[in-house]
Design a binder for this molecule. Sequence first.
Ligand code: MOS
Length: 733
Amino acid sequence: MKFTTPATRNPIDQLKIVGRPTDRIDGPLKCTGTAPYAYERHDIAPNAAHGYIVGAAVAKGRIVSVDTAAAKRAPGVLAVVTAANAGKLGKGKFNTAHLLGGPNIEHYHQAVAVVVAETFEQARAAAGLVRVRYEKKPGRYDLAAAKPTAGVPKKEEKPDTSVGDFARAFEEAPVRLDATYTTPDQSHAMMEPHATLALWEGGKLTVYTSNQMVDWGRKDLARTLGLPPANVRLVSPFIGGGFGGKLFLRAEALCAALGARAARRPVKVALQRAIMMNNTTHRPATIQRIRIGAARDGKISAIAHESWSGDLPDGQPETAVQQTRLLYAGAHRMTALRLATLDLPEANAMRAPGEAPGMMALEIAMDEMAEKLGMDPIAFRILNDTKVDPEKPVRPFSERRFAECLRLGADTFGWKKRNPRPGQVRDGRWLVGLGVAAAFRNNLVMKSAARVRLDRAGKVTVETDMTDIGTGSYTIIAQTAAEMLGVPLERVEVRLGDSDFPISAGSGGQWGGNSSTAGVYAACVKLREAVAQRLGVAESEAVFADGAVRAGGRTVPLVQVAAGAELVGEDIMEYGDLDKKFQQSTFGGHFVEVAVDAYTGETRVRRMLAVCSAGRILNPKSARSQVIGAMTMGVGAALMEELVVDQRHGFFVNHDLASYEVPVHADIPHQDVIFLEEADPVSSPMKAKGVGELGICGVAAAVANAIYNATGVRVRDYPITLDKLIAKMPLSS
Ligand code: MOS
C-alpha cells in the first residue's frame, strides 16, 4: 500500500484502543523472568556449548602468531576459531569485516579468537591460554590532535550546507557568539549484552540473537558467511536494550556461528561486559564550533555550526549539525561535518545520533546568545521559530508546534520564578538554577510489512520481523490490529523478531513505532478486504466493532466469518518521495532545575519536565516511559557519561559498568512528561511519530544551562563533572 497524504479518516481515528494508556502485553513475561532472551534459549538448545571471545590486546597492528595449542588441550574445549581457520569471510553492508580481526588489527578488543567449550568457565579458562603475539603499529587516538587533518566525509550525502552569505552576515551582526563545545565518546551501556545462540542444520543457520534490525542482521550474516540469505534465519523477539548498539551484526553473532560450525554443536556467546565497550560501536566524541549573529531585537541573521568527529578509516561522521539545518530561522547560514581518521573502536549510532550531541552544543549556544541579547532564552527561541525548512523555504514542516511546547512548559514548570541573573538563588549550601533547551529530532518513515491472520477460533495473530527493544512495540502493534479489526486487545497475539516474518522497519532512529504500526495497518486493511469479500460486501461499507462485522444490514461475528478457513492479510506500507515534500520532525522543550553544592560543585537534578510535540501518541503509558528513560540518559550525558581514551594505547579505559557511570534512581528526581494532543496527517495512517529519541535531545543542554543559572559557571565541555565547576564556584575563593 502506498501512503497518500494527507491521511484521511480511517479506523485508527476511532481511538477506542489506540491512544489509550495501555499496560505492556509482554509485561508479565518480563516481570516473571520468562521472556525468552537469546542467551536463555535452553528450550531450543539444552546442549549448547559456550563460546568465549578473545579481544585484541593492541589497538592497531598485526598478529604475528597465534598459539592455540594449550587452549585446545584445556578441559572441555571443543574448538578454537581464529581468522586463520575461520574460512573466507565476506564483507557485509555494515562493516562486518571488522568483526573477526587478523592478521590486521583495527581496534582494541577486536575479536581475534573464540574458544568453544562444554561450559562457560572452561571456555573462559581456555581463552586465557590463547597466546597472541602482536606487532604494534602507531595509531591516532586523539580527536583534538587529529582535528587539523579532518576531511570532508566521503560517505555523507550532505556534508556541507550553505545558504546566503554567512561570513558577511556574521561580520555585520551587532550581537555575536563564537564558541566551541565538546562532547565525549559514549557507550550504549544497555543492560543485556550482545548475545547469540547459533545452530546449524546442514548448510542452514539459525541464530537466536539480540538485534534491533532483523533483516539487516540476517543479510549481513549471510554475506559474511557466504550463504544465500534464505539459508539464514535470525530470531530476536526480546531485547534487553539496544540504543543503536544492536543495529548491526556484531562479533558475538559471527563468533557463535563460526564456533557452532567448528564444534558441530549449538553454541552460544555473550559478549563479556568488559570487552563490550571497545569491541562494539560507540557514540564518537565531537568538537563543535557554533557561531550565531543576531540583530539587537534578537532576530538571528547568521548561524553556523561545524562539527568534527573521528572514526576508523572509511568510516562515518557524527552528524551533529543536523538540527541546526532545521531548528531556527536565519537568512545566512552554513553547516559542515568533518571527519578525522582515528584508530579507536568503530564510531556509530547511539540514541539520536546527530541531534543528541548536536543539541548538547547548539542549545548551550542559544542560552549564551540569549544572555548576550539580554533576552529570556524562551522568548529568544520563539522569536526565531520557523514554519519552513530554513535551508529550503519551499518545504514546510508537516507539523511544528515548537513554540507551544516552550510556552506550555514554561507555565507548567514555573519559569517565571527563575532569576535571570546567575548565582543568586540559595537553598542552604545549594545554589539553585533553572534551565531550558529545545528538543528536536527528525522523524523518519520507513517502509514496513506485516501479516495478520484471523484463525478459525476468531483469534488475530500479527507477524512481522519488527523488534521490541524495551520500547513497547508488542503493545502498540496489538493496539493497532485490535482497533483495525474491532476486537479486544486480548484477542490479538503479536509475534515479532523473526526473519521468517514479513520485513519491517525494525527499531532504529525512533522510526519504529510509527512505521511498524503503519505496516500492520496496511496488512489489516488487506484482512478487512478478505473478510468483506467473504461476506460479499465492500470493505468501505463494513464496520468492524465488538468482535463482529456489520454490513448490509447484518452483523456477523468474526469467528463465524473465519469458521470455514483462516483468513490472512499481508502488505507493506510505503511512502514514495513523501520526505521530499514535507520536512517531518519532532519538537519539544526540556526544563530542568538543578542544585549545585556551593562548596563541592556537586550537581543534583531536582526537577525535570519535557513537553513533546510528536504526532499521535499511540500508547501514552509506554511513550511516557520512553521519554523519561531518554531524559534519564540525557542527565547521564550532562553529568556522568564519558569513555576515557587512553591516548598512549588507544582504548577506552573505563570499559565496564563500574567505571562508566550512568544515572541510577538516586540521581533522578520526579520527571514530568506532557504530550501535546496532535495527529500528524502526513506521517502515516497512524498519524504518529517517534518519541524515543526526542526525549534525549536537548536534555543535557538544559542541565548545563540550569547549572549556569545556578552558579554563573559556563561549562562547554561535557560531562559537567564537579572538577570543571569547583575552581570557578562563587564561594571557592
Ligand atoms: Mo537508534 S541509535 O537508530 O537505535
